[in-house]
Design a protein. Structure first.
Length: 122
């Protein structure tokens, strides 16, 4: 399966997406019963995650609660969206890592190159 990468969005769009995942979006987009069914499908009979990834989100149990989320990076930028449907809370974190040159240097260091000029993005 190919993954979608380098998705560009805004905090407003991510906020609307989060509200939809919490079950407060327009029923014409996703009926609440269908959304509930999709999220419940990744839980076992005990209500705990049956898989670490499903319906496009990581699924994890923390402190007795189920959290769904996804994160990602592009050069110079990271994003995280995580939520708990039962408690109706979520968080969106967007982080700027600085200039592309700095990102190339850090990526080169992580890949084991002795300097950024050895990295293919240089």
């Amino acid at each position: 399966m190919n993954r979608v990468g380098a998705l560009y969005t805004t905090i407003d769009d991510l906020s609307r997406f989060l509200v939809l995942q919490l079950g407060h979006g327009p029923a014409s987009v996703v009926p609440p019963a269908r959304l509930d069914s999709a999220f419940n499908a990744v839980l076992g009979p005990d209500g705990k995650p049956a898989t670490p990834f499903g319906i496009g989100f990581g699924v994890e149990r923390k402190g007795g609660h189920n959290f769904y989320g996804h994160n990602g990076d592009v050069a110079g930028f990271s994003a995280l969206l995580e939520f708990d449907r039962d408690r109706q809370v979520g968080i969106i974190v967007l982080k700027d890592h600085g200039s592309l040159g700095e990102q190339v240097r850090l990526t080169a260091e992580r890949s084991g190159a002795s300097d950024a000029s050895e990295h293919p993005l240089s």
